[in-house]
Design a protein around this ligand. Structure first.
Ligand SMILES: NC(=O)c1ccc[n+]([C@@H]2O[C@H](COP(=O)([O-])OP(=O)(O)OC[C@H]3O[C@@H](n4cnc5c(N)ncnc54)[C@H](OP(=O)(O)O)[C@@H]3O)[C@@H](O)[C@H]2O)c1
Length: 296
């Protein structure tokens, strides 16, 4: 990477992460694309290079890097974090946009014993962020959590939503947890790094055949998403631009620490999940235990 801001983007092969990566690269950041498969990451990197060339923006090949990670697997998360620390001497930002959503099945219990959506959406990103925090503090780092506005009460006796598993409820709980953790990180690390929650609205990359197959296939969910995709969904750039603004336009990042944004707009109304300090402490402690961070 050249002497640019280095921003890690998880979910970079998806709609919002992809839009964010392009917008960041166009604004002159070095981007590191994170995802499970190297071929997909390389294809996304190539498409970003094409977009930069078409926009006549100078770049070096090393300004767009790839890093393989599987957020459902804590060993993979640890390896990827170690690789990131090794390859990127400065890390200015982290966009957390990876997501697993299994709308009709579950609970999907991984060999580790954890539930798939909980591990991928909550544990993995938490562990990865923790392992990069020290490096990010050296560059006034900003962690941007891509959230959804759903509110679903956390079941503290069943944090992973394994008993009486309802896939949509389990998913929405993980999204509620994103806001809880975004706010708790902001409280704990104020003055060291900054943390914001970002609500992208409804975004869908209709040009991506894999996403189209996954979301617009048959069944009731596919039908619902098809209607939404046609009439309401915005393209990835619609969320990508405000992510790039948040990452690159704030000289004093501490001024936005702990804030919730809907695209470019700061939401002034207090958010139930973000404001609850008791939940913040409780979930943080649970995640420290579940990810094995106490044994470090
Ligand atoms: N799109 C919307 O309208 C919308 C609205 C509100 C909130 N959000 C939130 O925005 C975020 C991104 O949504 P999206 O629509 O961009 O999702 P998406 O298009 O479905 O992309 C999901 C991304 O997550 C990655 N991923 C899945 N499982 C993974 C794992 N185990 N390890 C590492 N990466 C994994 C996928 O990478 P692979 O290439 O490895 O599969 C892909 O890049 C999510 O947190 C979602 O809840 C989205």
């Amino acid at each position: 990477m050249t002497d640019k801001q280095t921003i890690l983007v998880t979910g970079a092969t998806g709609s919002i992460g992809g839009g964010a990566a392009v917008a960041l690269a166009k604004r002159g950041a070095g981007v590191v694309l994170l995802g499970r498969k190297l071929e997909k990451l390389e294809a996304r990197a190539d498409s970003i290079r094409v977009a930069l060339s078409e926009a006549q923006i100078d770049y070096q090949d090393t300004d767009i890097a790839s890093l393989v990670i599987d957020f459902s697997d804590m060993e993979s998360v640890r390896l990827a974090a170690a690789e990131a620390l090794n390859r990127f001497p400065r890390i200015h930002g982290l966009v957390l946009s990876a997501v697993a959503q299994t709308p009709t099945t579950g609970p999907n219990i991984l060999p580790s014993g954890h539930e798939l959506m909980f591990a991928t959406n909550v544990m993995g990103p938490f562990l990865f962020t923790q392992l990069l925090l020290e490096r990010m503090q050296q560059s006034d780092g900003l962690v941007l959590h891509v959230i959804a506005p759903y509110y679903k009460e956390i079941d503290w006796d069943d944090v992973e939503s394994i008993s009486n598993h309802k896939p949509m409820t389990a998913y929405e709980r993980t999204k509620t947890m994103h806001r809880v953790i975004a706010a708790e990180l902001a409280r704990r690390y104020a003055g060291k790094i900054s943390s914001v929650a970002f609500n992208p609205g409804f975004i869908f990359d209709k040009s991506d055949p894999e996403l189209t197959k996954r979301w617009l296939s048959t069944g009731l969910t596919g039908y619902f998403y098809r209607i939404m995709a046609v009439f309401i969904a915005k393209p990835p750039a619609f969320a990508g631009e405000p992510v790039a603004n948040l990452m690159l336009s704030h000289k004093d990042r501490s001024a936005i620490n702990g804030a919730l944004f809907k695209l470019d707009k700061r939401v002034e109304k207090p958010d139930k999940a973000m404001n609850n300090e008791e939940w913040g402490k409780r979930l943080w402690d649970e995640l420290v235990l579940k990810t094995g961070l106490t044994t470090e």
